[in-house]
Design a protein. Structure first.
Length: 337
């Protein structure tokens, strides 16, 4: 089975990330994030965002999202999110676990983007003692369906949430792809996001993500919280170093731009060579195609890994490592179905 397009998690580390990891391995350094590598990586993230923030590096996006949400909602409260968001479909109740009972309220919307009318309706629901009221809004950029919110779209979601007193979390597992798709990173803090998960693994790092707290009050006892959650690395430089390598060399942006370009190439190849239609706009590094189950089985039998998503479409994901030849080979295979 070929996993070229199974996920952007199936590719290895980008050379810049791996080189920085090897460099961080030389000699000795202070433990628990007090090292120079961690400080420099955090500074690079602040510069990308053009904002002052508290930053911590953790082992996984699931932990980063769940811990971030536990900062914004009490156990008797809930988080509003798109019903297909990763926190709702792929994190095994982690927000509720880390939040000691925090609930999730799924909202509809085309192509992974929350429908503003649905959000406003949820915010206007009367509060009663028998259900968890919303205390936070979680957004995903780029979305689970490979689309990219515009600044204006985000504003129409964040402003009403803020007016209701909700905190705002942004899941940026594929933030690099959103940036490569034209999204301005410097707007995140200005739009009112309180805490961001700045993606590393899908951008070419190893298993590492960064929690970025624009609201510094959220950082009170953050190190205690992370330690209790098993997310404090004694050799923290090995979580930060891949970020440093990617950001110092601009490989974080360049790799995402390449992945997005390969997704556009794949989408164009499928559109011109086959009778299958795209299920969602291709704005980042993912391509969703309406392929019947029997045709997908044939594609899997040819050795191509791909997965059926919640809406019934089949997902193909490009990464920093995706090759043009593989894109063309896959689109040709789809054409034979």
């Amino acid at each position: 089975m070929r996993y070229d397009f199974g996920s952007d998690n199936t590719s290895g580390m980008a050379p810049a990330a791996l080189k920085a990891l090897v460099q961080a391995n030389a000699g000795y350094a202070p433990s628990y994030g007090a090292d120079d590598v961690t400080a420099r990586a955090a500074d690079h993230i602040r510069r990308r965002l053009d904002a002052d923030a508290e930053i911590r590096f953790v082992f996984s996006g699931t932990a980063a999202n769940a811990i971030a949400l536990s900062m914004l909602a009490w156990p008797h409260e809930a988080v509003l999110a798109h019903h297909a968001a990763h926190i709702c479909t792929d994190e095994t109740g982690a927000p509720g676990f880390f939040g000691q009972g925090v609930g999730l309220i799924g909202l509809p919307g085309f192509s992974g983007k929350i429908d503003p009318a649905a959000l406003n309706a949820a915010l206007e629901e009367p509060e009663v003692g028998h259900r968890q009221p919303p205390a936070a809004l979680s957004l995903t950029q780029s979305t689970e369906y490979g689309t990219v919110y515009t600044e204006e779209e985000l504003r129409h979601l964040i402003e009403p949430a803020k007016l209701k007193g909700c905190g705002v979390h942004l899941d940026g597992a594929r933030l690099a792809n959103a940036a490569a798709g034209g999204f301005d990173l410097t707007q995140i803090a200005r739009l009112g996001v309180d805490v961001l998960v700045f993606g590393g693994a899908k951008a070419g790092a190893n298993c590492t993500e960064a929690i970025v707290m624009f609201d510094k009050s959220l950082a009170r006892r953050i190190d205690n919280r992370l330690k209790q959650a098993g997310q404090t690395a004694s050799k923290a430089r090995f979580l930060a170093a891949p970020f440093l390598g990617l950001l110092e060399t601009n490989a974080w942006e360049d790799g995402a731009a390449h992945a997005n370009l390969m997704a556009q190439r794949l989408a164009a190849g499928i559109a011109t060579r086959s009778s299958f239609s795209l299920a969602h706009p291709v704005e980042a590094n993912a391509v969703f195609v309406r392929i019947p189950p029997e045709a997908q089985e044939r594609l899997n039998a040819m050795g191509w890994a791909c997965y059926r998503f919640d809406d019934g479409s089949v997902r193909f994901v490009c990464s920093w490592a995706t090759e043009e030849a593989a894109v063309d080979e896959l689109s040709q295979a789809i054409a034979t179905l």
